[in-house]
Structure formats: structure tokens, C-alpha cells
Design a binder for this molecule. Structure first.
Ligand code: SAH
Length: 289
């Protein structure tokens, strides 16, 4: 039987595959959705794709059919065996291992990659969404886009704008590295077995240049400090950071005033540019991070 003709239900029966809940296994059972994800990710002929968690290989196959070369990392040994038997070896290499642990450059090189621009595509186990997306965004590999199926709520947080209830550290960090585009909302019925929540496909267009000049480590310290006590004013939430940096509250107040910011402003009202400007001003005052 050709793989395209399979549904996860059939594959599971054929191989007497047992789901492993701990690996977050929810396979896509809607064939149109597979094509949509390939389009959402902008994958075309000649691309090199790193896929995390190929599962039974249905998305992997759709990616390869678009003409891309796919390196797929799968944790579940039973699935790796199924994949190696049935996927087209010229276009797809399957690597067994934990995507959070593995050195991706090594994995890619082992499958013939030589520095080609990369696209990551994944229908992820939801409990590793954030660390995995962060690993991709922070890596030195030439990712152009990172397209992931995540919980709908997480997608909303990634693309949230200042002043909205979804806006927070995740929004700022993701938007520092990329421009997010929510491509589609996917209901639970598109997976087998059905997850408990709705999902969404989000594409992160990776920035080639950071959008603000402030040094990254100091900027992220200010962002995390600012949100450390969500209901507090930004200035109060930043108290510990100021202490660590040998600055005092009066200096922060002067910085906020200089930037025409309300002294009572809360972190969730501040844009990435404003966090950047505050960070640069604190560093200019001699902050010692
Ligand atoms: N992409 C497939 C399967 C999605 S289910 C589809 O859309 O149908 C998530 C997959 O990720 C499972 O196959 C699971 O075994 C795998 N997985 C879970 N944790 C992983 C990890 N740390 N590294 C690599 N793969 C992982």
C-alpha cells in the first residue's frame, strides 16, 4: 500500500502501533491539512526541511513530494522503524533521537546538508513547543522560517501585540527573533487521537537582523524582570534587576521620563522597541549586567 493512501488509523492497525502518551502523539488525520501546512510553510522544490516528530511520516511525505529534501528527527524507536521501511530514502532521512538533545548541525550534516538555507516544519508534541521553537530561533543554523503546529493559545501568545492579554515574555522573545504569521486554526478533529485543545499553524519568518539595537542578554533580563510580577508596575517589577545592575529607582524613573513613558506603566503595555530603548538607557547609565 502506498503511504499516501494511508490514514493514521490504518497505519496504527497495520503495525499494531501503540500510542505513547508521554511522547505527545497526535497524528494528523486530515489529508488536506497536510498540503495546507506545506503551503503555509512556503516549502517548495529545492528547499531543505528539518522536521521534528515525523510520527507516521504523512507530513514528511507531503514535504518531500513538494520537492524538498527532508531531515526528520523522531524520538520513538517504533516509529523510526516504520518510517525507515516506507519512506523514500533519496529525499528523506530519518534520524532517531530527542530533538531537544541532539546537535542539529551534526544531524543535518549526517544527512548530506552542506549549509543550505533551512526551513523547520513540525507538528510538535505540545509540551516541548516552547523549548524547541526557542532552540530553532536561537541556533546559528540558517533557518528562514519555522512553521509549527502549536496549541491555539500558544500561537496567540507568540503573535500578540502590546496591551493585549496574550502579550508577554513569549511574544517579545519570539518577535525579537522573527515575524510571526498565524496561518490557520485547526480543530481537534483533524488529529488521531483527538487532543483536548484546538491547535494552530504558525509560521515564524526568522529575522536576519535583530529589530532593536540593545544587547540581547541585557534586553531579555529587562523583559523577564519587567514581567516577573505581572500585576505590578514595571518600575517595581524591575527592582531586582536594578539592584543587580547597581542602579537605583530614581535612575529608572529618569529613564522612563526621558522616553516619555508613564511612571506607572506596566510591562504588558511596553513594545519591544520600548524595552530596547529602556535597556540601552540603563546600560548608558553604567548598568553592570
Ligand atoms: N508529525 C506527525 C506526528 C505528530 S505527533 C503528524 O503530524 O502526524 C508528535 C511526534 O513527535 C510523535 O511522533 C512523537 O513520537 C514525536 N516526539 C515527541 N517528543 C519528541 C522529541 N523530543 N524529539 C523528537 N520527536 C519527538
Amino acid at each position: 500500500m502506498a503511504l499516501e493512501a494511508w490514514t493514521p488509523q490504518q497505519l496504527v492497525r497495520e503495525y499494531r502501533f501503540r500510542f505513547k502518551k508521554r511522547f505527545g502523539q497526535n497524528f494528523i488525520s486530515d489529508k488536506n491539512l497536510l498540503q495546507s501546512i506545506v503551503q503555509d510553510a512556503g516549502v517548495t522544490s529545492g528547499d531543505w526541511v528539518l522536521e521534528i516528530g515525523p510520527g507516521l511520516g504523512t507530513l514528511t511525505q507531503a514535504l518531500a513530494q513538494s520537492g524538498a529534501q527532508v531531515t526528520a528527527v523522531e524520538l520513538d524507536r517504533d516509529l523510526v522503524q516504520i518510517l525507515r521501511q516506507h519512506l523514500e530514502p533519496a529525499a528523506i532521512s530519518v534520524v532517531e533521537g530527542d530533538a531537544l538533545e541532539l546537535d542539529w548541525a551534526q544531524v543535518l550534516q549526517g544527512s548530506g546538508w552542506q549549509g543550505h538555507p533551512l526551513k523547520m516544519v513540525a507538528n510538535l508534541p505540545y509540551y516541548i513547543t516552547t523549548p524547541l521553537v526557542m532552540k530553532a530561533l536561537e541556533s546559528a543554523l540558517p533557518f528562514q522560517t519555522v512553521t509549527v503546529m502549536v496549541q491555539h493559545e500558544v500561537a496567540l501568545r507568540m503573535q500578540a501585540a502590546p496591551g493585549t492579554s496574550d502579550y508577554g515574555i513569549l511574544s517579545l522573545v519570539v518577535q525579537y527573533y522573527s515575524q510571526p504569521h498565524l496561518c490557520r486554526v485547526v480543530n481537534a478533529g483533524s488529529f488521531y487521537p483527538k487532543p483536548d485543545v484546538d491547535s494552530a499553524v504558525i509560521r515564524l519568518d526568522v529575522r536576519q537582523q535583530p529589530p532593536v539595537g540593545a544587547p540581547k542578554a541585557a534586553l531579555f533580563t529587562v523583559i523577564k524582570g519587567g514581567f516577573s510580577q505581572r500585576r505590578k508596575k514595571f518600575r517595581n517589577a524591575l527592582k531586582h534587576v536594578l539592584q543587580d545592575w547597581n542602579l537605583d529607582m530614581a535612575q529608572l524613573d529618569a529613564v522612563l521620563a526621558d522616553l516619555n513613558l508613564d511612571p506607572n506603566v506596566r510591562a504588558e503595555a511596553l513594545s519591544l522597541q520600548q524595552f530596547g530603548a529602556i535597556t540601552e538607557a540603563l546600560l548608558a547609565l553604567g548598568a553592570q549586567p
